[in-house]
Ligand binder design. Structure first.
Ligand SMILES: Nc1ncnc2c1ncn2[C@@H]1O[C@H](COP(=O)(O)OP(=O)(O)OP(=O)(O)O)[C@@H](O)[C@H]1O
Ligand SMILES: [Mg+2]
Length: 257
């Protein structure tokens, strides 16, 4: 469903994606792990065309998207839901307007249908009677859930979740994990989920890919990652302060030689 081949992305003197390849099969949930700053969000933004790669290929459902014109890309984007790391809500719009934005702007639906869909999507993320609140009146975790509801409203075939359970309490996190699994099993959604929460990762993943130095250094079933002999993977999943990953890792890797 999503096929990334030999992707490169450089920002200034920093090479973020360094010949990265990754395949996400139809209907699977691929979890991406890796240190802060390694390029997880940059990869998701490349997939939806918010950032363009320097070179390499991204195929979505068989279509090469790296050389699409904006209008053509928009058609692909309508199939992809993106739960942004920071929520990315419009500050000047109410929660209801935020969640229903795509339905109102791009789909020919009457007001009542949009209202019902917004209500249902908010219900799925455990929020009730919040339609008239403004984003500034929400907690961080509520914003995250509103962002998730906005994606659910679109009923996309592909969902990219950027840390959907950060900033939410453990019970809400468990409910979100459950929802992600349900979307896969019932609606056959294909997804990529970025997370730092290894419990979530093991729970929702069909496979887990670990990013390191601009590449995928391990990719396998949760058990395979847990039992990986790779010292970098072991250090990361156990959160060890000592090991091959050092604090100045990003500096070592960060400069194009
Ligand atoms: N638009 C941009 N312009 C310049 N540099 C950028 C841009 N976007 C991201 N970067 C840089 O790319 C690197 C990777 O950023 P990214 O947001 O992908 O990290 P991440 O792996 O998602 O980290 P975190 O776990 O903290 O969210 C960082 O060094 C960041 O500063
Ligand atoms: Mg990120």
């Amino acid at each position: 469903m999503i096929e990334i081949r030999n992707l490169y992305k450089v920002f200034g003197a920093q090479m973020i994606l360094n010949n990265m390849s990754l395949t996400v099969r139809r209907g699977e949930t691929k979890v991406i792990i890796g240190r802060s700053g390694v390029g997880k969000s940059v990869l998701l933004k490349n997939i939806v065309g918010l950032i363009h790669p320097d070179s390499g290929s991204i195929k979505i459902n068989g279509t090469e998207v790296t050389n699409l014109k904006e209008k053509e890309y928009d058609r692909i984007r309508m199939e992809i839901g993106y739960v942004f790391q920071g929520g990315a809500l419009f500050d000047s719009m109410s929660v209801g307007e935020n969640v229903g934005f795509v339905l109102n702007e791009f789909m020919n639906l009457d007001k009542k249908t949009v209202k019902d869909k917004v209500h249902d999507a908010l219900g799925l993320v455990g929020l009730k009677d919040v339609e008239d609140l403004m984003p500034s009146q929400l907690s961080g975790g509520m914003k995250k859930r509103v962002s998730l509801a906005r994606v659910l409203c679109m009923e996309p075939h592909i969902i990219l979740y950027d840390e959907p359970t950060s900033e939410v309490d453990p019970i809400t996190a468990a409910a979100i994990n459950h929802l992600i699994i349900e979307l896969r099993d019932k609606l056959k959604v294909t997804s990529i989920m970025v997370t730092h929460d290894m419990n979530s990762a093991y729970q929702v993943a069909d496979s887990i890919a670990m990013f390191y130095r601009g590449q995928v250094i391990a990719d396998g079933k949760p058990d395979e990652i847990k039992n990986s002999k790779h010292p970098v993977v072991q250090q990361f999943i156990h959160g060890d302060a000592h090991g091959p990953i050092t604090d100045d890792e990003s500096l070592i890797f960060g400069h194009v030689k």
